[in-house]
Design a protein around this ligand. Sequence first.
Ligand SMILES: O=c1ccn([C@@H]2O[C@H](COP(=O)(O)O)[C@@H](O)[C@H]2O)c(=O)[nH]1
Length: 270
Amino acid sequence: MTFIMQLRERWASSDSMVCVGLDPEPAKFPPKFAGEPDALFAFCRDIVDATAEYACAFKPQIAHFAARGAEDALERLIAHIHATHPGIPVILDAKRGDIGSTAQHYAAEAFDRFRADAVTANPYLGRDSVQPFLNRADRGVVILCHTSNPGAGDFQDLDVGGRPLYQHVAERVARDWNGHGNCALVVGATWPEQLREVRAIVGDMPLLIPGVGAQGGDVAAVVANGLAADGAGLLVSSSRAILYASSGDDSADAAASAAKSLRDEINRHR
Ligand SMILES: O=c1ccn([C@@H]2O[C@H](COP(=O)(O)O)[C@@H](O)[C@H]2O)c(=O)[nH]1
């Protein structure tokens, strides 16, 4: 089954468009993980198991593991998700982008080493830099379009031939790069107007929406501007607001409550 098919099934079976972000920061872990040598894996595993019911996808962010030399924990975490929660797709947030000969190794890293169902990619180097990911028809390629950060517009809003650059990205991905039907786009919740423009360009293409929760994006505006015509189409991603909903040893329960609240809030506006 392809990433997009898996995602569509999961949207329906979970009645959720919440993507649980996995950004482990040991300084924020609850006391019970102090001195635990495998804390990164154990913390994330507990969050995954507690929130799976409310998740349409999980999104581990690679830097949070790699910075600590914990790629093996990331590998085991993704294996745990596949084994324990089959049917929930894993999006590796790595924002890869390089010349083709290097990009093919990034594709192998994401899909063969880590066994992610999809990976985030940066379109700045052009199509050949993304091609090794696009070639994997069963896996998803989630391409940065309009990111959530305050400086997103520095380049992404630049006028290029009468339209902002991010709209060219949306158009190019939807019309030219999506031959295998395995593309999705990243649009920040913090930019609702741009989200509306992107949705109008790309039809029902899935959109990964970071920026609710800790970054302050408005859930109602996300749903109003980003929902696809089929009533789905969104992966509303939240990391810190779910992971660190409590700093105590009840953090997994608190994460489940936060994920459930986000799911319910999204669904209220659908
Ligand atoms: O435009 C983007 C693209 C990716 N991200 C990533 O999403 C999460 C957001 O974390 P929160 O704690 O929910 O703010 C993080 O992993 C980013 O690297 C993004 O924020 N914006």
